[in-house]
Design a protein around this ligand. Structure first.
Ligand code: ADP
Ligand code: ADP
Length: 225
């Protein structure tokens, strides 16, 4: 079964056709990477799935429901951003809990979900700290934790590693891989980094100038002449 279906989706900015008809279905538990050079339309496509950008044509369904006209908060997704987007005045616990609080989830349920995510991400000892008291890698894990506690149908990653130095980038890549092996989260992951795509992806969609140039496993994409 497919969790996210993107059907002939198009996007124009005035006369500029940024996305020229993309078709892809992300299966349950699949990690799909959107790979391509700057300006090819990766971010636009991800933002349309998130509901942060209107759709010019086509249809997007999440969990079997067409979401074209749904607000971001009403789509069953969670986003992980490259700038972490953590609240500096809140503790790690409150940062992870916030998205649940505003959705009216009961306190005990919040506690249970945050504790579970903290265990998975090895953040148990840091729940009372503020983001400024954490390393870059720990902050990135909190950002992941915020998404995990939501238990969404799909995770959307917008170049989450691109602001990190090389050492941390490698660490986080391994971390995301480990998480994926453990939780099998359904994911759409945008990057221009081939190594990230090759190591993380179940399948890669290679984009160029708003079209899907190739879709395949890392091996298939890599072996293509
Ligand atoms: P990528 O994420 O692959 O770098 P983008 O999705 O950001 O690419 O951009 C795809 C194309 O759409 C580019 O040509 C970009 O200039 C254009 N574009 C993106 N956002 C806007 C916007 N808000 N207004 C006009 N053009 C845009
Ligand atoms: P979350 O969904 O991560 O718990 P919120 O509910 O506060 O956080 O965010 C509402 C919506 O706003 C999110 O679904 C996301 O689409 C968007 N959003 C949140 N942070 C950012 C950001 N830094 N940049 C762009 N959009 C964001």
């Amino acid at each position: 079964m497919a969790t996210v279906e993107i059907r002939d989706v198009r996007k124009s900015y005035g006369p500029v056709e940024a996305i020229k008809g993309i078709d892809i279905a992300i299966r349950d538990g699949e990690f799909l990477v959107l790979l391509g050079p700057s300006g090819c339309g990766k971010s636009t496509l991800l933002r349309m799935v998130a509901g942060l950008e209107g759709i010019t044509g086509g249809e997007i369904a999440i969990g079997g429901r067409v979401v074209n006209h749904l607000e971001p908060k009403d789509r069953d997704i969670a986003m992980v951003f490259q700038n972490y987007a953590l609240y500096p005045h809140m503790t790690v616990f409150d940062n992870m809990a916030y998205g649940l609080k505003i959705r009216g989830i009961p306190q005990a349920e919040i506690r249970a979900r945050v504790d579970k995510a903290a265990e998975i991400l090895e953040l148990e000892r840091f729940l009372d700290r503020r983001p400024s008291q954490l390393s870059g890698g720990q902050r990135q894990r909190v950002a992941m934790g915020r998404a995990i506690v939501r238990e969404p149908a799909a995770f959307l990653f917008d170049e989450p590693l691109s602001n990190l130095d090389a050492k941390l980038r490698t660490q986080m890549r391994v971390e995301i891989k480990r998480l994926q092996d453990r939780l099998r989260i359904t994911s759409l992951y945008v990057t221009h980094d081939q190594v990230e795509a090759m190591t993380l992806a179940d399948r890669i969609l290679v984009m160029n100038h708003g079209v899907a140039e190739q879709i395949g496993t890392p091996l298939e994409v890599y072996q293509r002449p």
